[in-house]
Design a protein around this ligand. Sequence first.
Ligand code: SF4
Length: 344
Amino acid sequence: MNILELTFADFEKQIKARYGRGSFHASAAYKHFYRTGRTDFSALPEFQASPGLAQAMEADLVIAAGKVHEQHREDDVIKFVTRLSDGLEIESVIIPMTGRTTLCVSCQVGCRMGCRFCETGKMGLIRNLTASEIVGQVIAARNEQGRDIRNVVFMGMGEAFDNFDAVIQAVRVMNDPRGLNIAYRYITLSTAGLMDGIEKLAALHPLRPNLGVSLNASSDALRSKLMPINEKHSMQRLRAGLMAFPLKKYEKIMITYVLIEGCNNQPEHARELAEYLAPIRAEVNVIAYNPVSERDFLPPDEAAVERFCELLASEGVIARKRPARGRTILGACGQLGNRHLTGC
Ligand code: SF4
């Protein structure tokens, strides 16, 4: 029983099928594991009269999360590297912010989307993560922080909609009130624009996490240069999908725009972007490009990022500058997977 990939309902079914027991024991064991990370069910009062059951459950449990074997810090930003059971490695980043801590998780080893500004994209896709390997990153971050993680973004290594089923199962486990209890509104799946994934997420409404889109350009010509996926899923098609995406009252689609000096940072780009987004309830996070190994592009300075945000705001777009944090540990947006530059 791999508890990290089971919601409480899944776990309860397994307990019934394996031991013929009901929710009394299942609930005690599930809560205990997700609240403490421990599997010593024999110590729980609910198992006092059934020590054999506690022992059998302890022996049957598999915790296949991988092992954190490196940590890198820049101020309070922590990047941790997890070695998976097959020896492959993934990276996750804890980013403390005012009032909350955000965990950026990976969902694949590498990524097949090939975005030109992204280190993970240069790796190609090696394999998908399992739901338990995704949930394991939350448990590891909680253990590191010594407190619960309340905000999760799928903006680490990988394209969330290229591994849809495992990602959604991981989200269901994270959301389970008897377990990690992270509200859907505090979980965001980010995509480079895979239309079938956007449609599948829309179909889960309202029991679904937020949608984020990595846009990064204001026209097809420019976007296709930065993101090969655009040749298959054009901006027009993407906009139709975003306009049709059902939103709750308080919700907006989170658009990420990586600002690259001399590429997509001109006033006309801001104007075109505002026009493109006009029919969509969205907010834009503008992130300065973070250099990766081949240094194909230049990062803009802080003032350029602010100017771009102001231009968007003057066109009626909700836009904010996302601070570049974790650059020196290669934990910032687009840098994950760049092991040789860290000297690791
Ligand atoms: S930006 Fe995201 S989708 Fe694009 S290559 Fe990097 S990890 Fe993949």
